[in-house]
Design a protein around this ligand. Structure first.
Ligand SMILES: [Zn+2]
Length: 264
């Protein structure tokens, strides 16, 4: 569960989807809701949650908030990391998956759903852009609708095998390699974000879901960027999947070619 997912959960639930499955990411623990900053960004979180004897996890806070709306939509809570097979298996019960995780390794696993299991994935990410180190010049939300017919995250160069290897290193080893210059800075480190940007990203992810379900969904762009700072948007490529990409080789293979799980 990440800030963006907590923001996306509210419009999803208000659209009355029959069931929504929140996943708790391995990078967030029971004590993750430990700063004023987190309270500002996690939907449903309150300052008093920081002082309870047994801190709630973010996924519990979001689910409690959704339940409190009383809309009668069943929410299934799953404790687990999507990079582990037990948690991944829960996704196979869904009709569409919204991916808002912030690591390449978790997105690589979710990416496999579209080609291997023919399950549509809406991937969304947000980014604060700066110039001259500290001057804000962009609040960007990026959307990618990954289906068996559209480019996957590998086709789009959205995820990197080098970054995945670095993310999967033990923290001490990653820190050492970073100091030695073998790993670029930023991997495994928190990135800046603001609530307004997560709302922008989550809103567009939810509208992408409505577009995907519409009669014209098959002709709509599968990738685009919206900049809430500059007030503009643009399509992103490629338009078609790369012929040699793994997503073309494993179409519909399902468990005959499952993802590489790192946490068993
Ligand atoms: Zn691909």
């Amino acid at each position: 569960m990440e800030w963006l997912e907590s923001a996306a959960s509210v419009p999803l639930l208000r659209n009355s989807w029959s069931e929504w499955v929140p996943l708790k990411s391995s990078c967030l623990t029971m004590t993750d809701l430990d700063t004023n900053s987190n309270v500002r960004r996690v939907f449903g979180a309150r300052m008093k949650d920081l002082t309870t004897a047994k801190p709630k996890s973010k996924v519990d806070i979001v689910e409690d908030h959704l339940d409190s709306l009383g809309l009668g939509v069943r929410v299934r809570r799953v404790e687990g990391d999507v990079r582990s097979e037990p948690a991944f298996r829960h996704l196979l019960d869904a009709d569409v998956v919204l991916c808002a995780t912030d690591t390449h390794s978790s997105r690589a696993v979710v990416n496999e759903l579209a080609s291997g299991y023919l399950l549509p994935v809406i991937d969304v990410g947000v980014r604060v852009r700066t110039r001259k180190r500290d001057r804000l010049n962009g609040l960007v939300a990026e959307l990618r609708v990954v289906t068996p017919e559209t480019p996957c995250l590998w086709c789009r160069d959205t995820i990197s095998s080098d970054v995945i290897r670095a993310e999967n290193l033990p923290p001490d080893e990653r820190h050492q390699l970073k100091n030695e210059g073998y790993i670029v800075h930023g991997i495994g480190e928190p990135v800046p974000s603001v609530a307004a940007l997560t709302v922008l990203g989550s809103g567009h992810a939810t509208t992408a879901l409505l577009a995907l379900l519409s009669e014209d969904g098959h002709v709509l762009p599968s990738g685009y960027v919206v900049d809430g700072f500059m007030g503009d948007s643009m399509f992103t490529g490629p338009k078609d999947p790369a012929a040699g990409c793994r997503c073309r080789q494993q179409l519909g293979l399902g468990d005959s070619s499952p993802p590489s799980f790192i946490l068993m």
